[in-house]
Design a protein around this ligand. Structure first.
Ligand SMILES: *[C@@H]1O[C@H](CO)[C@@H](O)[C@H](O)[C@H]1NC(C)=O
Length: 493
């Protein structure tokens, strides 16, 4: 068991890790408030504008897995540099589009940026998990979510002032590009810092491990000639990653990710539709919309670190999955089937929003303790999330179309049903956790560390891979990605 890292290292890693993606989230979030400006200045339609956001979400069905795997293999340092360069280049191309009034450039830049912006989030998760040695991750990941939302808030608030500050509207794209450049410099600092740590403290990579292994094999082979040959072949065979690592993903992770398919999409779908539903059931809500969106974003900023801290100090991560879905069901019913005040419901919704992803994010490093698989599993998680969201959006759209009068009744019923399943799933995970993971998802951080130290925590079955789970998980991932692409091509183009 490696010792704890010094506090100053942890703080440096925390600041650099959490701030890794502020440039990309800032520039991506300025786009929303500029929608009308872009449509006018670039002379495009609403559908063309929609293409900008859809293009990145389709790229993000496959890229997180490949990118996450590359991070595990080549190391987060190279990965975060590559991502920051993509993000900066994308921001510059996008901003150059404002000088030319060219829709193609603006959109092309966004796609280039998309290549970096999701994978860099996985860099953050890996960096935090390593430098905190998988301890106190609830609080740390909670802080990450909180800062991320804060940056989105800032971007939304500053987008229009940046546009109006001078004659030239393009500053609203050039200033984010400058922000991305500063972010790139800061990431170079992190990489310099990480590489100047002693060898034993650095983040292990798949490449290093397989090189060591091959060198050992070579030594074992005995005679000098064999060693010479095998060290030469080492470099050839370790340049490209080995896809068999996919077979090492623990079964408990596959179980959770496969049963969560529709969940993230339901939450996202409701967020996208809620303003529309409120307008339909309660009349115009222009003023309300402003309030709610502000309230909705402030609550997670403040509350996410506390929820995370609760997981570290008390535990009960999977119980929160059930609790959160119960709150979602309440919100959906209030908004969809009653005429009660919408503001109240939206405040409750933002509480659920705070607790939505965190129990899972904080649990993934507990299910998958190995740093060289963490990027891959976070990638799989994101890919399921993104392709599941495309599918749910399409289902919701079809359901509304076949409802007489085009109301949201059946859509809401569908959302409630999905969340009812989630409620049961949360209880089910809790039971499985006690049986197959020795209860580490239910335990507090302290209890787990004590149990680990005195060896009363056997290597749980749930952390071992299983062929059946891998096969089912892999098949599901592929079918979900293909479904997402097919649905997108059929209905959006
Ligand atoms: C799914 O992805 C969205 C967008 O990146 C994110 O806001 C949400 O928290 C994710 N959900 C889960 C359960 O990870």
């Amino acid at each position: 068991m490696p010792t704890d890292f010094p506090l100053s290292w942890k703080i440096t890693a925390l600041v650099c890790g959490v701030m890794l993606s502020w440039g990309s989230s800032f520039s991506e979030s300025t786009l929303g408030p500029l929608k009308k400006t872009l449509i006018k200045k670039l002379d495009i339609t609403n559908a063309q504008y929609g293409a900008i956001s859809s293009a990145t979400s389709l790229v993000n069905t496959v890229l997180p897995i490949v990118g996450g795997y590359a991070l595990d293999y080549y190391g987060v340092e190279w990965g975060s540099l590559a991502c920051s360069v993509f993000i900066f280049l994308g921001a510059v191309v996008s901003a150059a589009g404002s000088n030319q009034d060219s829709f193609g450039l603006v959109m092309g830049g966004r796609i280039i940026m998309g290549f970096g912006s999701t994978v860099i989030e996985t860099c953050t998760s890996k960096i935090l998990a390593h430098w905190f040695q998988h301890r106190g991750l609830g609080l740390v990941y909670g802080l990450d979510i909180s800062i991320g939302k804060l940056i989105v808030l800032m971007a939304r608030a500053t987008a229009v002032p940046m546009r109006d500050a001078t004659e030239f509207w393009g500053w609203a794209l050039w200033i984010p590009a400058i922000v991305c450049f500063v972010n790139l410099l800061q990431n170079i600092f992190y990489v310099w810092w990480a590489w100047s740590r002693p060898e034993w403290a650095q983040i292990p990579t798949g490449q290093k491990l397989s090189r060591e292994q091959q060198q050992n094999d070579g030594l074992r082979a005995g005679n000098d000639q064999a060693t010479a040959i095998s060290t030469k072949s080492v470099h050839r065979t370790t340049v490209l990653p080995d896809w068999r690592n996919l077979l090492r993903v623990p079964r408990f992770f596959w179980l959770v990710v496969c049963t969560q398919i529709l969940q993230a999409g339901t939450v996202g779908g409701f967020n996208g539709l809620s303003a529309d539903i409120i307008t339909l059931t309660r009349g115009s809500t222009e003023q309300l919309a402003g309030y709610t969106s502000a309230v909705q974003q402030v609550i997670p900023v403040v509350a996410a670190p506390f929820v995370g801290m609760f997981f570290d100090l008390v535990g009960f991560r999977m119980m929160f999955v059930s609790l959160t879905s119960a709150i979602w069901i309440l919100v959906y019913c209030l908004i969809g089937y009653t005429e009660t005040n919408a503001l109240g419901s939206m405040v409750i919704a933002s509480v659920a929003q705070t607790m939505n992803a965190l129990p899972f994010l904080a649990s993934i490093p507990l299910m998958v303790p190995s740093q060289v698989e963490l990027g891959l599993v976070f990638g799989i998680w994101k890919s399921f999330n993104n392709s599941g969201s495309v599918v749910v959006d399409m289902i919701a759209g079809r359901l509304q179309d076949i409802t007489p009068g085009g109301t949201y009744e059946r859509v809401i019923a569908f959302f409630v049903a999905v969340k009812a399943i989630e409620f049961c799933l949360g209880l089910f995970y809790g039971v499985l956790d006690r049986r197959y993971l020795s209860g580490i998802l239910t335990m507090s951080e302290k209890k787990r560390l004590v149990a680990e130290q005195n060896g009363s925590l056997p290597e749980p079955i749930g952390r071992r891979p299983s062929k059946v789970f891998t096969r089912v998980g892999f098949t599901l991932a592929c079918s979900l990605i293909i479904t997402a692409w097919v649905l997108f091509i059929l209905y959006s183009i």
